[in-house]
Design a protein around this ligand. Structure first.
Ligand code: FES
Ligand code: FES
Length: 172
């Protein structure tokens, strides 16, 4: 066997079949167990909403929800996602309509280049589930793991506050 054929055979042997739920649908993939969840979502499952920014757990643009917790998918080996319940930004859209947080981002100019936006919206969604009526400080803290180079943050914080107000008033 040539070296390259042998390497290919070894790589094949190291692949594992793993199943987990993504946006409510059970998915099974054949992957290297240390592949990043971000890559599996984007490359194998075609869910390109999670973005790669830093690739080092610093910027939050790759955020997804895993069993209800906000995680940086660039730091999660796919093995850890086995049997987990993953929600990506695509899972927040119902009937092809924007959800209330997305609407508020649109209204307040919270999305500019868009790289940080999916992660910001997932972080906001996670925050509002834990704290339906957050203070501005809660919002700053809840989104502190997500960096934005474009907006200066205020439009984002105001969009999240607006989504919370609308939920509280039953407007959405
Ligand atoms: S790409 Fe994952 S935290 Fe920046
Ligand atoms: S909108 Fe560009 S990084 Fe936030």
């Amino acid at each position: 066997m040539t070296d390259s054929v042998e390497r290919h055979a070894q790589a094949e042997l190291s692949l594992k079949e793993l199943s987990f739920s993504v946006n409510g649908t059970r998915r099974t993939v054949r992957v290297h167990p240390m592949e990043r969840l971000l890559d599996t979502l984007r490359q194998q499952l075609g869910l390109t909403g999670a973005k790669e920014g830093c690739g080092e757990g610093e910027c939050g643009s790759c955020s997804v929800l895993m069993d209800g917790a906000l995680v940086n998918s660039c730091l999660v080996p796919i093995l850890q996602a086995k049997d987990a319940d993953i929600v990506t930004i695509e899972g927040l859209v119902a009937d092809e309509k924007l959800n209330d947080i997305q609407e508020a981002f649109l209204q307040y100019g919270g999305a500019q280049c868009g790289i940080c936006t999916p992660g910001m919206i997932l972080a906001a969604s996670h925050l509002l589930r834990k704290k339906p009526e957050p203070t501005m400080e809660d919002i700053r803290e809840g989104l502190s793991g997500n960096l934005c180079r474009c907006t200066g943050y205020m439009q984002i914080f105001e969009a999240v506050a607006e989504a919370a107000r609308r939920r509280a008033s039953g407007a959405l």
